[in-house]
Design a protein around this ligand. Structure first.
Ligand SMILES: Cc1cc2nc3c(=O)[nH]c(=O)nc-3n(C[C@H](O)[C@H](O)[C@H](O)COP(=O)(O)OP(=O)(O)OC[C@H]3O[C@@H](n4cnc5c(N)ncnc54)[C@H](O)[C@@H]3O)c2cc1C
Ligand SMILES: *[C@@H]1O[C@H](CO)[C@@H](O)[C@H](O)[C@H]1NC(C)=O
Ligand SMILES: *[C@@H]1O[C@H](CO)[C@@H](O)[C@H](O)[C@H]1NC(C)=O
Ligand SMILES: *[C@@H]1O[C@H](CO)[C@@H](O)[C@H](O)[C@H]1NC(C)=O
Ligand SMILES: *[C@@H]1O[C@H](CO)[C@@H](O)[C@H](O)[C@H]1NC(C)=O
Ligand SMILES: *[C@@H]1O[C@H](CO)[C@@H](O)[C@H](O)[C@H]1NC(C)=O
Ligand SMILES: *[C@@H]1O[C@H](CO)[C@@H](O)[C@H](O)[C@H]1NC(C)=O
Length: 496
């Protein structure tokens, strides 16, 4: 708050940078009459107009402060897929703006909330069940990964999700990074079947082999552009119960004097690791404490086994650290090691890059990020650069289970997430931060041929263009939404 006065004359609304909305924004009708019509059809519990505690909780639920200020004309709280069908058919018929919210963690403005439109919010569709005969898990879209893990832990199985327990199923539509990825692929590679409400309101079930197999593939990485998923069926991963300490690892924290060695170790890990039983996440962070940049670097490392093999983790473990919390872990402990990530009230800006090669490629990105952080330290709260290794074993596993539209080339790389958090409560992005971020994206582009990650991108980044299956994705989008309604009437990734 201290900085906001100083910056007051120097702020612009972040929406100015959302070029995508300017390019294809359509004239939209007032959603209020659509809402009234839907309320008549579905009742006032399922369709809530702008009053009441549940409406307000829904409208302000989003993780990113950016997405808590919009006030939809109504919120649909579906109990089953036919409610979503009715809502989508009305939205399409009346040409009104809309948004969908599942786990609420998108950091992109307007991707999970909408001003004066219809919000479909899955807070009442949180079923999860395991079918031992097909070895699959059925999820409704409203469940969060932590809830999913807790429910299924006694059965010794888990879906592939994320690494923070408050995150939800929207993660699947963008791909999904979990600690199981090196062995089993992107989280969405486990998808077996999806119920999808198409733009017209028609409900279809898509699988890898039925007449909707193109839609099925497009959903694996295509994000929110292909319809509204009301049911996911995914392969179960046999992770064990909470009594089964099938993993070893945990958290290591490093002082800033070790940071370049950690970046080098990350590059070497990505280049050299061939063992799929590994999981690693490197989070480099600078927090402004009493006006001083303070480093807070956390690495989580896991191995499915009884130790961290020194041939894989030795370099990390030999670097001077401040905290080491390592030991035997169940999968649920692995997936909870960085906490729930549920804290709200902060405006957070994401951005994506990706790198492969040796330490110099990683240090280059790190140094540009450091300079960015120093340049904007007067107006940020936290600046993060995180590396997620995408090992070749993950790509092989992905292809073996049918692959997805991200379709990276063979070979290991690291996805890089750039995250900037403003001070609590600050809702406007200072110009220096926005300029600095756009410069940083130019300074550290992905290594040639590597895809960006849509779930952690900036809204200005054309992620689809970096996908292996970009042409397929464009064709498939035109087939399922020939009037481009979804792109014109809801926010989401640019480039289709
Ligand atoms: C603290 C934090 C930690 C994270 N950790 C990880 C991680 O470990 N691994 C990882 O891969 N990602 C991670 N992410 C990124 C995460 O994948 C994305 O934020 C993802 O979009 C979250 O999905 P959600 O359901 O929680 O969010 P939402 O914002 O509800 O949904 C995300 C997007 O998908 C759309 N959507 C959601 N459900 C549906 C549906 N059923 N049908 C159609 N469209 C839908 C929404 O409209 C929105 O555009 C993290 C993000 C945060 C903020
Ligand atoms: C959805 O719920 C409604 C009650 O609100 C019920 O009438 C309808 O049959 C249900 N539809 C499905 C597909 O379960
Ligand atoms: C959701 O779970 C409950 C309890 O297990 C069950 O009664 C209900 O039929 C389930 N609904 C769906 C749509 O799976
Ligand atoms: C990191 O790697 C680079 C390139 O291999 C090397 O020059 C540098 O000394 C290393 N730095 C540290 C701190 O290990
Ligand atoms: C951390 O170390 C790097 C050098 O490796 C330096 O550039 C940066 O300014 C340091 N950050 C902090 C917060 O001290
Ligand atoms: C970062 O800033 C320092 C000091 O201004 C400069 O010497 C260095 O070249 C910059 N690094 C990069 C990668 O631009
Ligand atoms: C940064 O955020 C932390 C936690 O929310 C808060 O305690 C601290 O005061 C903030 N600092 C600034 C400069 O906003």
């Amino acid at each position: 708050m201290r900085f906001s006065l100083r910056l007051a004359s120097n702020v612009v609304l972040y929406s100015l940078f959302h070029v995508s909305t300017i390019v294809e924004a359509a004239f939209s009708n007032n959603a209020l009459s659509t809402c009234n019509d839907l309320q008549t059809r579905l009742g006032s519990k399922i369709v809530q107009l702008s009053s009441g505690a549940e409406y307000l909780a829904g409208a302000t639920n989003a993780w990113d402060l950016f997405n808590t200020v919009q006030r939809p004309s109504c919120i649909i709280f579906p109990r089953n897929s036919s409610h979503v069908q009715t809502a989508m058919a009305g939205i399409f018929r009346d040409q009104v703006r809309y948004a969908v919210q599942a786990g609420s963690h998108s950091a992109m403005k307007g991707w999970n909330n909408v001003q004066d439109g219809v919000l479909i919010f899955f807070s009442h569709m949180k079923n999860i069940s395991f079918d031992a005969t097909t070895d699959t898990i059925t999820l409704q879209p409203g469940i969060h990964w932590g809830e999913a893990l807790n429910t299924l832990e006694p059965l010794g199985v888990a879906p592939m999700g994320g690494r923070i327990t408050d995150v939800g199923t929207g993660l699947l539509l963008g791909g999904g990074y979990s600690y199981l990825a090196s062995e089993h692929g992107f989280s969405v590679d486990a998808l077996k079947e999806a119920d999808v409400v198409l733009v017209t309101g028609k409900l279809v079930t898509a699988t890898a082999t039925n007449k909707y197999s193109d839609l099925f593939r497009a959903l694996k990485g295509g994000a929110n552009r292909f319809g509204i998923v009301t049911r996911y069926v995914v392969s179960a991963i046999h992770t064990g119960t909470n009594q089964d300490k099938n993993w070893f690892g945990g958290i290591v924290m490093y002082p800033n004097s070790s940071v370049e060695a950690v970046v080098n170790a990350t590059a070497n890990y990505v280049r050299n690791t061939k063992d799929p039983k590994t999981g690693l996440l490197v989070v480099l962070a600078n927090v402004v404490v009493d006006s001083v940049l303070t480093a807070s670097h956390v690495v989580t490392m896991f191995y499915r086994g009884s130790t961290l093999p020194s041939s894989i983790f030795g370099e990390f473990l030999s670097i001077p650290s401040t905290v080491q919390l390592l030991g035997p872990k169940s999968y649920i402990e692995v997936a909870s090691s960085l906490g729930d990530g549920a804290d709200r009230g902060i405006l957070s800006l994401f951005g994506a890059s990706a790198r492969k090669g040796g330490p110099e490629q990683f240090l280059d990105a790190f140094r540009h990020w450091t300079n960015y952080t120093i340049a904007v330290q007067g107006s940020v709260n936290t600046s993060i650069m995180a590396f997620t290794p995408i090992l070749d074993t993950q790509i092989v596993a992905s292809r073996a289970s049918g692959g997805n539209v991200i379709n990276p080339p063979r070979g290991s790389y690291a996805a890089i997430q750039l995250e900037t958090q403003l001070s609590p409560g600050v809702l406007e992005v200072p110009v220096d931060i926005e300029r600095g971020r756009q410069l940083l994206f130019k300074q550290i582009p992905p290594s040639p041929g590597l895809p960006l990650y849509i779930n952690e991108c900036d809204a200005s980044q054309n992620v689809y263009k970096t996908y292996g299956d970009f042409e397929f994705l464009k064709r498939t989008y035109m087939k399922y939404d020939p009037t481009r309604f979804i792109i014109r009437f809801s926010e989401g990734p640019i480039g289709l």
